[in-house]
Design a protein around this ligand. Sequence first.
Ligand SMILES: Cc1cc2nc3c(=O)[nH]c(=O)nc-3n(C[C@H](O)[C@H](O)[C@H](O)COP(=O)(O)OP(=O)(O)OC[C@H]3O[C@@H](n4cnc5c(N)ncnc54)[C@H](O)[C@@H]3O)c2cc1C
Length: 392
Amino acid sequence: MSVAEQIDYQGLSKEEEAQIFDTIDKWLEREVRPVVKKYDHADEYPHEIVEQMKEMGLFGAIIDQKYGGLGMSAATYSKVVMRITEVWMALTGIFNSHLIMATLVQRFGTEDQKQRFLPRFATGELRGGLGLTEPNAGTDLQSIRTKATKDGENYIIDGSKTWISNGVEGSCFALLTKTDPNIDPAHKGMSFFIVEKGEGFTVSKRLEKLGYKSIDSAELVFQNFKVPSSNLVGQKEGQGFYQAAGGLEIGRINVAARGVGIASAALKDSTRYAQERHTFGKPIAQHQAIQLKLGDMATKTEAARLLVMQAAEAYDKGERCDMEAGMAKYYASEIAVECSLDAMRIHGGYGYSKEFDIERYFRDAPLMCIGEGTNEIQRIIIAKQLVARNPI
Ligand SMILES: Cc1cc2nc3c(=O)[nH]c(=O)nc-3n(C[C@H](O)[C@H](O)[C@H](O)COP(=O)(O)OP(=O)(O)OC[C@H]3O[C@@H](n4cnc5c(N)ncnc54)[C@H](O)[C@@H]3O)c2cc1C
């Protein structure tokens, strides 16, 4: 069944979309931009801003309206992510991994699971993220060791996860486990559970990072942790690997949109600064070396934007879009890194200063090359699809 058939996207009219963008832009300028540096430099969780995000419905952005969400298409959602990232990338992490969890329930959950979780996800009452990665398994998800063992009406979960976004502040996670650790191939023994914090579920460590500050990344430990069988996503064991692949498509489109957001912010700041800063009697925007950088940055940013929109539109139509999402994620994240570095060069010493935003773009951008499937893996996915779609 295609995505479009499974999800009842109401789709927003152009007017509704414009209204949402206007509200978000005003909120970003009034409430977010003035405090970004304070939170980012202190690596402090922005509780007040998260409350405002709840009120705006961002935690339900792509959840169906019939479950209390805003029912945005992936295309509209991508544009929202680009706008927010232009001001502060880390904020999008607070609702994106949460929305991947919601997407798993929306696409693969039973009606009972949708009714129990989606309305609470949409309001942000229940917030969290996605628990895939383990200390010994990131890219190679089939090697995870977290085990879920059936015990009457429950499963008992033992194991650990690492790098889990929202691990400290969130209370609910889509957790990838092994329900059959011995089956061959290994991916057939994997299952997702929606788990809420409780006895046997501990946050063992908040991880320190180069960038992507303020949002919490954590190690989670599960010891004899009991979860009701009714929380097995789709009520069928062995579907986890396939479900993860489905959930990651929207995650990759989101990461690509974040890449565009960072590149765009770097470009806008640089375009302004290049006209303000004078050397040798003229604005640096009139030096050809700077013009070449601005020309490259603008072209790359627009190309990445088009790739994101192409992937989002394919996703919304229910078409297979792993290649499109992979291309968008790969290209947009690479150019985000390049543009943040070019912006630093254009800003000279000020680009390296904490008084400007450039140093944050530079610290935040590389994560986009790693998260939601590294760029090495994206290129492999693209190549495999290329061959599969063009058989001889
Ligand atoms: C800030 C941050 C937030 C994160 N948030 C989450 C989260 O919320 N939930 C979650 O589950 N995870 C999260 N992650 C984990 C992230 O998804 C993993 O780091 C990522 O998938 C890579 O896994 P790894 O770090 O184990 O690297 P590895 O898998 O060990 O890879 C190491 C290197 O080898 C390459 N490589 C591996 N296999 C192959 C192959 N077959 N062919 C070619 N190259 C290969 C990789 O591309 C990479 O360059 C987060 C990570 C960070 C840094």
